[in-house]
Write a protein that binds this ligand. Structure first.
Ligand SMILES: *Cc1c(COP(=O)(O)O)cnc(C)c1O
Length: 259
């Protein structure tokens, strides 16, 4: 990407896509969402001759919405092969949908697809700056040519290898998250909040509150949530799903503050 190019992404998509696009001097093209969800069927209408990259977070942070395999594959078929599509699977483990993306199919069909995966979420290695990419030989070959020799450190690599093999932790986290996500969603909805259905490990919701004020008030009680005005969702708060006790504490404090 450079000053002459553009990147296409959904509105309310993960903020880093905008930051990297801008830092390369390229133009940001945003595709409107439908019910907060990426409208992948519209992406091909927004690209132009300057477009080099499309970014898709699935599920997306901070909306928690996801796109099905069919939606994603259709989009890939509608885009020219000269455009690099980055499919960001930061929260893929938390998805509980049968129609979610099938990487074997996608990677074998599309040489212009780059799938990225971080260890910052379910593996909990956020500060180690470690992740990986999956793509065609061709694309990986190109990346290898420009890759810096020491781009990730050996301690982070060692931790990532251990974390990826720790199936027990991953299974436990998925189960806890699925149960608690459903419970928190229901409890927030019962309190009159409007929650966006989430396939991630967080829920974004709005209600009869000022998001920035609520953020401060919850912080005073030791609960850190995230107002997401930066994502053009100024009425919303994003709360991460915690343990049962943490969620209870959050819900308790929330209802105290709002009553
Ligand atoms: C957290 C996150 C990442 C990656 O985070 P790093 O810590 O930089 O690896 C990527 N995409 C989304 C959507 C995320 O929420």
């Amino acid at each position: 990407m450079n000053k002459e190019s553009s990147a296409v992404m959904s509105k309310h998509a993960f903020a880093v896509y905008k930051i990297v696009t801008q830092s390369n001097g390229a133009k940001i093209i945003e595709v409107p969402t439908v019910n907060w969800k990426h409208s992948l069927s519209e992406f091909h209408k927004y690209i132009d001759h300057t477009t080099r990259v499309c970014f898709v977070a699935n599920p997306n942070n901070p909306t928690g919405t996801y796109n099905s395999h069919e939606e994603f594959e259709l989009m890939m078929n509608e885009l020219p092969k000269s455009i690099l599509v980055i499919l960001d699977l930061a929260y893929c483990e938390y998805v509980e949908k049968d129609d979610y993306v099938d990487l074997n199919i996608l990677l074998s069909k599309f040489p212009n697809l780059l799938v990225t995966k971080t260890f910052s979420k379910i593996q909990g290695l956020a500060s180690l700056r470690i992740g990986y990419g999956l793509a065609s030989k061709e694309l990986i070959g190109s990346l290898n040519k420009i890759r810096q020799p020491f781009n990730s450190n050996s301690l982070a690599q060692e931790a990532a290898c251990l974390a990826i093999a720790d199936k027990e932790h991953i299974t436990k986290s998925i189960k806890l998250n699925a149960e608690q996500r459903e419970l928190v969603f229901k409890r927030l909805s019962d309190m009159g909040m409007e929650c966006i259905p989430s396939q991630g490990n967080f829920i974004s919701f709005r209600g009869p509150f000022d998001a920035d004020e609520l953020f401060i008030n919850l912080m005073k009680e030791g609960v850190i949530v995230r107002p997401i005005g930066l994502y053009d969702m100024p009425e919303f708060i994003r709360v991460t799903i915690g343990t049962k006790d943490e969620n209870e504490y959050f819900l308790q404090k929330l209802s105290e503050i709002l009553n």
